[in-house]
Design a protein around this ligand. Structure first.
Ligand SMILES: [Fe+2]
Length: 347
């Protein structure tokens, strides 16, 4: 399987994964051969790209941190929670069941890297973003070694629910391509407090969960919102979510920007360690993000194109690749390839 940016998607390509909407409904199934109208539809939906199966990528396995089934269930849950009517039917036990499963699946693959491009549509940003932030935050929580299972479950729960307050902000404001008016900006900045109020009013989560939601836009230097808390006065969960939130937003297609590459996003995170983010958590993120995700196409310094087939945590800039179209395997981590490097990533 390999990742193809949307501008390079062609009729006849075979989908390597299901594509679903923010409700978790499958729109295009794995194995579908793309027709002219499908390619148009994918472009129209604002997908950044798709994973396809072809002879160049045979045997390349892209393994997500949580199963597709669980991701779909989690998407559906967030979708319902953000809906005025359906949210009334969502029991706390069901939310906790989903978040426990997320924690369990990520714990089972705790040595895995974050190695995938999320193929989500533009309109469904909040749902995919919530699930992705839960995955990234849980991965960081596990990597920190500071949290026991119960604490990890709480972290996953507040990460999945962190943007629930966006239910009170109109879509045309959330998706605005223009600069927001002062009034709109104030409304957007209220979403952590609105989410906190929603949870305290309708549910009975641990106070740590509620606090994680309330503080997820606080900055490490005290310049965030809503309370301008700083440093360790911001809860650990909120500091983790902040890192996951911004990394996911930067690498997503949004109404006002195209996705930034993982290395570009990591650059931003490192530059803002100690400003927006807890520096220890940025350091942790840096060890878990595959700068050149498996299945992505890169250009090597000798001009050849290649697909990334494996990453090494200790040497993230030097993955193992397969050249296109001749299929030569080059392990950039080996002595004999020391003169070669990755020049560019296509995302
Ligand atoms: Fe938020």
């Amino acid at each position: 399987m390999r990742y193809v940016p949307i501008i390079k998607v062609e009729v006849g390509m075979v989908l390597g994964q299901d594509i679903y909407d923010g409700e978790g409904k499958v729109l295009f199934g794995k194995g579908n051969i793309l027709q002219q109208e499908d390619a148009q539809e994918l472009l129209h939906m604002g997908l950044p790209g798709v994973y396809v199966e072809d002879s160049y990528s045979e045997g390349v396995r892209v393994i997500p941190l949580i199963s597709e089934t669980l991701k779909q269930e989690a998407l559906r849950l967030v979708y319902d929670l953000l809906d005025e009517e359906r949210c009334q039917e969502i029991e706390q036990d069901y939310i906790l069941e989903i978040t426990r499963r997320i924690t369990r699946e990520i714990s089972a693959g705790k040595d895995k890297l974050y190695n995938m491009i999320d193929t989500r549509s533009l309109d469904d940003y909040t749902f995919f973003h919530s699930v992705n932030v839960a995955v990234l935050a849980t991965m960081l929580g596990i990597a920190s070694g500071n949290l026991d299972l119960e604490e990890l479950n709480m972290l996953t729960t507040c990460a999945l629910l962190h943007d629930v307050g966006r239910r009170y902000v109109e879509a045309n404001v959330l998706n605005a391509k223009r600069t927001l008016s002062e009034e709109e900006r104030i409304l957007v900045e209220q979403h952590p407090k609105l989410g906190y109020d929603f949870l305290t009013e309708h549910y009975d989560f641990a106070p740590e969960v509620e606090k994680g939601v309330l503080e997820h836009h606080e900055w490490y230097n005290g310049c965030g919102y809503p309370m301008r808390r700083s440093g360790y006065d911001i809860s650990y969960y909120a500091r983790i979510i902040k890192v996951a939130d911004v990394f996911d937003a930067l690498t997503s297609k949004l109404p006002y920007h195209d996705p930034v590459s993982p290395s570009g996003a990591m650059d931003y995170m490192l530059a803002n360690a100690g400003v927006e983010f807890d520096p220890d958590l940025v350091e942790l993120l840096d060890k878990k993000i595959a700068i050149y995700p498996v299945g992505c196409e890169v250009t090597l310094s000798d001009g050849r194109n290649a697909i990334v087939i494996e990453n090494y945590q200790e040497s993230m800039l030097r993955p193992k690749v397969r050249t296109l179209p001749d299929g030569e395997i080059i392990d950039l981590n080996q002595e004999e390839a020391k003169d070669l490097m990755v020049q560019e990533l296509f995302v």
